[in-house]
Design a protein around this ligand. Sequence first.
Ligand SMILES: NC(=O)c1ccc[n+]([C@@H]2O[C@H](COP(=O)([O-])OP(=O)(O)OC[C@H]3O[C@@H](n4cnc5c(N)ncnc54)[C@H](O)[C@@H]3O)[C@@H](O)[C@H]2O)c1
Length: 447
Amino acid sequence: MQLTIFGSGYVGLVTGACMAEMGNHVVCVDIDEDKIQRLCNGEVPIYEPGLESYIKRNQEAGRLEFTTDVARGVSHGLFQFVAVGTPPDEDGSADLKHVLAVAESIGAHMNEYRIIVDKSTVPVGTADKVREAIHAALAKRDVSLEFDVVSNPEFLKEGAAIEDFMKPDRIIVGTDNPRTTELLRALYEPFNRNRDRLISMDVRSAELTKYAANAMLATKISFMNELANLAENVGADIEKVRVGIGSDPRIGYHFIYPGSGYGGSCFPKDVRALAKSASNSGYNAELLEAVENVNNRQKHRIFDKLLSHFGGDLEGKTIALWGLSFKPNTDDMREAPSRVLMEALWKAGASVRAYDPKALEETRRIYPSQEGLELCESSAEALTGADALVVMTEWQEFRSPDFDKISEALSEPVIFDGRNLYDPDYLKSNGIHYYGVGRGKSLNGGS
Ligand SMILES: NC(=O)c1ccc[n+]([C@@H]2O[C@H](COP(=O)([O-])OP(=O)(O)OC[C@H]3O[C@@H](n4cnc5c(N)ncnc54)[C@H](O)[C@@H]3O)[C@@H](O)[C@H]2O)c1
């Protein structure tokens, strides 16, 4: 089949590469000329495991093309996927300017029937706005053409995006036209072979399903962080509690890890946008507000622990930081807890020696020539001359480090473990001061 994808970011590139992998002919359109040039030269602008080889293979086979030529994109695909960003507006609601710009371009260039597929995460009612924008652009040209707008939200996880796209748990298709559902069913058929995972529904319910999923996951994380803070106050260990509650199949073990708060391009903005949609509709979504507030507070907890450990004064201290991306296996730094920590440390007069397996380049882009930031090429190099180690992202290479080397390198052996990777008792017996998340009064820095 022929399809066009607007937006060559995390979602657009993965969708394009996976669709091409199944034999479809995909044209990816982006307005970022530099990004398209790099992609045409075989360079993949983001880190996502497996993505580079998928892109290379399908580009070489002529099934995957990149262009800034909107007219070419619109004439190419029966399916016009919209995978552009929906960043938060000033008031927290989703900014639809990129989505509507794509809709307008489609209306300006289409000459035959098209199916517009919204993959971007968009508030309920966006499909109607897309439809209106296309109608308006067609009316300007004085033409009348048939088209459909479908909501097909994306559920991939950065770090495992290819796997998620190739073997989806579900494919949500929201449309009011049964014929369009069948065309999408045919497009998704190769991803759907061992059982039918396509769930069809009306457009508005599909739009809300995506926000509901992210808000539920964010709620689980904030709930565990709330309990972790309580555990610290009452002398319990949240890791024991986690295992205890996860064994209940109604709760399960997924997404109940306490930590330094959720980040990334989706949860923070989607929780905010959903709360804003709720208030616009006349409903006060108290739970969502609390989920966000708990998360914002959580992102400051490690800093507060550092400050208290160093007697309220971090001026002149050097902090080694392992992990910058908002989670492992990605270079995405959007709303990463590491940024909140680093910015607080700089404000307090401390400096940071940071290492991340994939996000150094992205950090350099965000903080060019930042005073108090040294980016290091290895975890060992980050420790040199530091006063404490903070672990912010649970990359595999941080899970079982050489604690003797850490102790030797730091001016004082103290670890702030923002992901509860280490065993507090083991560290204590090795003379290392340990601060985790929710690990009880006796464990929390008590060594
Ligand atoms: N990143 C994720 O893990 C993820 C997962 C599921 C859903 N989503 C949603 O998917 C959407 C895209 O997210 P992303 O992370 O891929 O964004 P991104 O910022 O990585 O990429 C968006 C791309 O769209 C391009 N763009 C903007 N306006 C354009 C236009 N008019 N025409 C063509 N291209 C244009 C930008 O240049 C950019 O390359 C968002 O709504 C997001 O919430 C993201």
